[in-house]
Design a protein. Structure first.
Ligand code: ATP
Ligand code: ATP
Ligand code: MG
Ligand code: MG
Lengths: 259, 325, 293, 293, 259
């Protein structure tokens, strides 16, 4: 927390990062993953993070989720629950069935058996895997595993949701459907979402604001506010326009970094 | 055959592998090795290799497996070796020691009748001491089952453990050999029965020297020299008590890292008689007792003893010969 | 032409030789239960038959005297006689009960110790390396302490068994916990499993395979400690396999000794079957036995 | 307000209590070498001091006679005397050499056996369950066979040590191979590692953690078997730790017995340190020690 | 192999599947992943497979790679080397550094040390990870791991390359660069490529032919030949047109399956 503006920021922020720096390793091997990053996410805001491969997006989400400590700077998260994080890898528990994987967060939150059963069924239906509750993770395809991980994260019911390329392994159609579902839940529950994606159209489809990160060290180099009314269609012209703009920024950054 | 030494017929070198326990009842062996008495008697043509054992079974296994040729050993494994090999594997060629066994009890026990309801240890179910104790109990009109029931509960356990359990009061007495007799006495025990008192002439075998029949056949002259060494060793024991005791203490110290307490050796020394007579009658009687208390089947001891070499050695040493059974 | 060869490679196992075949084996059509059982059994029978054959051959060769190395024709009648004695069954009963109770206690102690040491950095620094050190302590070194603490009771035996097996179990737990994939640990934390719940729902199941391996090693330690410990206290009216083993040796009853060894091997095989079943259940659950993986 | 609380939670460990703190501990700034060492050392020292204190307290309480349970003030002088004797050093030398050679042989045998059984389905069906059964066979059961095969030589002792430790190592290998992630196995096959190469480059390294765990358990078995095996025969009056332990017990030299137990514990700690270093090296390599994971 | 046309097919095919069926599990739990699939890939052809999540694409590649056996039907692969497969998960060996991971296939092929070093450096440069040879897989981001896996697969130098969503975790820019690299290598070495992707534009950018699979059970429901000359630009209108067409087919299939 920087001394200057703490009260004001925390009053209006669901997530507030100030001067966040993250260094991996030590000495000559040290990698500066994030460098003095400032970012404030308003309650109820849907922020998409885009940036080149290895620029520190996952690092950022891990820090916000409290799974890792920043080397410098401060991170604040409003409310009394840790944010829910959907990892880049599916991170399912191999010893639990698909249903049990989704059920575990509910169990940990103390829901009773009936509630849990209903909720699991509903969540699996949401990700279009209603028939796969009894399967084990290794019996699923990559995209199916990702959807189970999504269901598990949604089961957390946290006000702040962190998602790391949640739809990366899905075909366009399934993704479209899940965009709709996610948007519905987001609006219904008034969530705050921090969403990492490589698909700039996806970002323009979902986000209130798109944040572009620079490559190592990660810094914010550009922000775009998306004003188009929800629900948007991913092939709508305004989405395409915003996507084109962000892509341009990104391309410049990659070219700059490449030199 | 004294200083001339022994070898095989062709005069080629022979190795004699001799086993014994680093133990006070094996004093003949320990002193004979420590003071090079065997070496002198065996001569230059015979290489003496010694192996020390911790307990009888390993020594017998070694003898059966041709890993050793001769060993000092107690009567119990001797009989086992004889009976398991149907009288083929081993021969007793000399005695070594007699006595050194007693029933030590807590001071408040004054008679056999006081033993009722008590726990008394023996070294091992069916071994010489165990049999002696059970037979004695029977003579006293007390019962004791194999499993530890009856008037007196007989608890077979390792001697080392007996010292601990006697001290802690878990047992009230033990029928054990030296040096455990002395050790229990030092721990406040009292000798209720000295086993010598139960035997004719106060003599019964505690250690004898056996040799594998194969080796005996192949190298009778080496065996002869070995027996001569045994006789000489016992002579030395009788003549140089203090030095012998010191030698035992040192020898045990070499193996265990700590020399055995000289006082303890001296104390135990008094209860042991080092005799070349293997006292076959006591072995036979012990076996009869074992049969009587139901611990073994009868064993034919025929051919176990071959004391011709001993008598030859005794003769040349000018000592009285022993009776062949 | 070349393509034909490869077609054979990927579609017909018959044409594939050596280790490649091994890799591919098991991808076949699901065999029937009977065939499976048969495939599990014949190598065992062959191995046993071979062992007995070699044994018999050695005995016939006259390499050692029959009293030093009795042949199968002497041992099997003895074994048959042995299993008909009352002593065998009561000894087996006593030993099995002790092994069961002792191992159960050791498992409980080992799990608690292992989890405590694994979850607490200070405890780990203090005791972690002590566990292996305790494991190397031979049973006989504990005898005096056992007698001091428990006199000549069954507890003294348990004490030796527990001290023998618990460190092994604890080491299994430690190993398992150390190798829990960090991602799963983080996922657990993230879905709200903290403190005890993290151990209960994430770390313990993730470490389960290593824990089962530790239990298996612990069983071997427990059993060996028991065989030694049963000589510690020969309790009235109770014979035991350990005591019988010792007596057989002391009385140079080689046939009986081998009979008891065979008994121990058979008991060991039964124990292995139990652990093997647990292990296969885990691997099936985790998808490690799936022929498609 | 609420947001302030959480800020504290994620940025200041000082305010976090209980197991949460444990989870987060170690995510701190890299401490200096000296501090690390100190953190490794003080809990050990405290544990040892505590153990000695309790021991002393029990002795002072007069619960048992000093003869049965000597106190530290009797044992430490004896230990000091003991380590100055020639017997200690020559015994240590003999035992260490036997342990080294025996364990090395056991490891070689165990690895070969484990890999053979793991890689061949028929061998596995034939011998797999035999490994645990062999593990449960107490050392004394092998003595007659050891003498039969190797006479009273050092080899007889090795034989007992190897039979004690090799199954444990083999079981470690089997466990490790069974739990190699199928994906890595397939990746290996796909990049051209077949047969032996698959084992050399993929399965063996993937199984390494479990193999090291097996080695650790194997060491404990080897050491315990050695302690028993050294009683089998004392060759040419060569003293050894095992023989000294047994005689200390037989002669009821309780101080010396405890001195030897302390020696064994110290040797066990050294062994554990070696295995611990190997294990940490693997975990560092695999990124399991990385504080960022 | 069906009896009728074996010689003819195998003469012109780099990869030929006929009537390939794959069933996972047994009894009531059985999942029919592929059902009587016929597919022939000509030598030098670049075929992209698209299809909904869980439709059997990875299954298909695994079968062609010989890592799995079909339940029915025959698979033929020309040449004497097994095809190289890039898995959907990165499948790197955690005990090897990035460089060593890429080096292992070269070692297994018996290249000497100098050759291996040069080749590894070249491959890592190809995937833009030249500086990361000494890092370990766990020190990389998801996208970086995927690129290492790509380099490792390219190190195999097999004439037939199977790739399972190789660029799924990469940002658009990095992906564009790797498209160019892959196309260069493909043309240089005259490879045959079977490429699974969810990005239909990517398929249109790279493929000679796009094959659309139906959802469980996987069957070929549509094929499109892409005739536009190489190199294409991913945002070129002809690429967009083909992509739109394929997307349409896919959408219909997903909707059909959803009912
Ligand atoms: N545990 C670690 N140790 C060392 N370096 C790391 C570690 N984790 C990440 N890094 C480095 O930090 C940088 C950022 O990684 P991060 O995973 O946050 O990237 P990302 O933006 O998520 O990339 P991608 O889009 O490829 O997933 C990378 O350069 C990576 O090499
Ligand atoms: N080992 C397995 N056991 C049982 N079912 C399996 C197994 N592997 C895959 N399946 C099933 O087979 C079907 C096809 O799986 P596959 O992985 O080939 O899909 P995919 O097309 O690659 O999907 P994605 O695009 O999500 O990766 C899925 O329905 C899956 O549930
Ligand atoms: Mg990432
Ligand atoms: Mg797939």
């Amino acid at each position: 927390m920087t001394a200057a503006t703490p009260v004001k920021e925390s009053a209006t922020a669901a997530v507030a990062l100030s001067g966040v720096t993250k260094v991996y390793g030590r000495g000559s091997e040290a990698v500066l993953a994030l460098d003095g990053l400032d970012l404030t996410v308003r309650p109820g805001e849907f922020v998409c993070l885009v940036g080149a491969s290895g620029c520190g997006k996952s690092t950022l989400l891990n820090l916000v989720a409290g799974l890792d400590k920043p080397t410098g700077g401060a991170i604040e998260v409003a409310g009394d629950a840790r944010p829910g994080l959907m990892f880049q890898e599916s991170a399912l528990f191999p010893w639990l069935s698909v249903g049990a994987n989704v059920e575990l967060p509910l169990k940990l939150r103390g829901l009773n058996k009936q509630q849990r059963r209903d909720r699991v069924a509903e969540l699996l239906r949401t990700v279009h895997l209603g028939d796969f509750g009894k399967h084990r993770p290794h019996q699923l395809s990559g995209g199916m595993r990702q959807r189970v991980a999504l269901a598990r994260t949604l089961a957390l019911d946290t006000p702040v949701l962190l998602m790391d390329e949640p739809f990366g392994a899905l075909d366009a159609m399934t993704r479209d459907i899940l965009h709709d579902e996610l948007e519905r839940i987001y609006l219904e529950r008034e969530l705050t979402v921090l969403f990492v994606t490589h698909n700039v159209r996806e970002a323009a489809r979902l986000a209130d604001r798109i944040v572009v990160l620079s490559s190592r060290p990660g810094r914010i180099i550009h922000e775009t506010t998306v004003d188009a009314p929800r629900p948007r269609r991913i092939d709508a012209p305004e989405v395409a326009a915003i996507a084109a703009d962000v892509t341009d920024r990104l391309r410049k950054e990659v070219i700059r970094h490449g030199q | 055959g004294s200083a001339g030494g022994a070898g095989d017929e062709t005069g080629g070198p022979v190795t004699l592998r001799l086993g014994y326990f680093p133990n006070i009842t094996h004093a003949s062996a320990v002193v004979g090795v420590e003071k090079n008495i065997f070496k002198d008697k065996l001569g230059t043509n015979v290489t003496l290799e010694t192996k020390t054992f911790n307990a009888g079974p390993a020594a017998i296994e070694a003898l059966f497996s041709d890993a050793i040729d001769a060993t000092y050993i107690g009567p119990n494994p001797t009989v086992n070796a004889h009976s398991k090999s149907k009288g083929e594997a081993v021969r007793v060629i000399s005695g070594s020691a007699s006595g050194g066994v007693a029933l030590v009890v807590k001071p408040d026990i004054n008679s056999a009748a006081d033993l009722k309801g008590k726990k008394i240890a023996t070294p091992q179910l069916g071994n010489t001491q165990d049999v002696a104790f059970r037979y004695w109990l029977k003579e006293q009109g007390l019962t004791a089952t194999k499993e530890g029931g009856g008037d007196v509960s007989v608890v077979p356990q390792e001697n080392a453990q007996t010292v601990e359990t006697f001290h802690s009061g878990a047992i009230q007495g033990a029928w054990v050999p030296e040096p455990f007799v002395s050790r229990l006495v030092n721990d406040g025990g009292k000798v209720l029965i000295d086993e010598r008192d139960l035997w004719p002439d106060n003599k019964f075998v505690i250690t004898n020297l056996i040799v594998s029949t194969k080796f005996l056949k192949a190298h009778p002259d080496v065996v002869k020299a070995l027996v001569a060494g045994q006789v000489a060793s016992n002579d030395y024991l009788h003549e140089n008590e203090a030095e012998s005791q010191q030698a035992i203490s040192d020898h045990i110290g070499k193996i265990t890292g700590k020399p055995l307490d000289l006082d303890l050796i001296a104390q135990a020394w008094k209860t042991i008689e080092f005799t070349n007579d293997p006292i076959p009658s006591s072995l036979k009687t012990g076996l009869d007792h074992a049969v009587e208390v139901g611990l073994t089947e009868p064993v034919d001891l025929n051919g176990l003893y071959d004391l011709s070499y001993l008598n030859e050695a005794l003769k040349s040493a000018g000592e009285p010969e022993v009776a062949q059974p | 032409m070349a393509s034909d060869t490869i077609a054979a490679k990927t579609t017909e196992t018959g044409a594939i030789s050596g280790l490649d075949a091994l890799e591919i084996a098991g991808r076949e059509k699901e065999p029937s239960r009977a065939r499976k059982l048969w495939f599990q059994t014949w190598p065992k029978l062959t191995a046993i038959a071979l062992a007995i054959l070699i044994w018999q051959a050695v005995v016939w060769s006259g390499w050692k005297d029959p009293w030093a190395l009795p042949g199968p024709e002497a041992v099997f009648p003895d074994l048959w006689e042995y299993v008909q004695t009352e002593a065998f069954w009561s000894g087996l009963g006593t030993t099995a009960r002790r092994a069961g109770v002792g191992f159960a206690t050791a498992v409980a102690a080992g799990l608690v110790l292992g989890l405590a040491v694994a979850s607490n950095k200070i405890l780990r620094a203090a005791l972690g390396s002590m566990i292996t050190a305790l494991q190397t302590m031979p049973s006989i070194a504990w005898f005096p302490l056992a007698i001091l603490l428990f006199q000549l009771s069954e507890q003294a035996i348990f004490f030796v068994v527990v001290l023998g097996a618990a460190p092994s179990v604890a080491n299994g737990v430690l190993h398992g916990v150390d190798y829990v994939p960090p991602l799963l640990r983080r996922a657990g934390t993230n879905i709200g499993a903290r403190g005890f719940n993290l151990y209960r729902y994430v770390i313990a199941p993730a470490a389960l395979p290593a824990i089962v391996a530790g239990l298996k090693q612990g069983w071997a330690f427990a059993w060996r400690s028991l065989m030694a410990g049963e000589l510690l206290v020969v309790i009235a009216t109770k014979t035991s396999i350990g005591a019988q083993l010792q007596y057989a040796r002391e009385l140079s009853e080689t046939e009986r000794l081998i009979s008891i060894m065979i008994t121990i091997l058979v008991l060991g095989l039964l124990a292995d079957a139990a652990f093997g079943a647990a292990d296969r259940a885990i691997r099936r659950r985790w998808g490690l036995l799936d022929r498609n993986n």
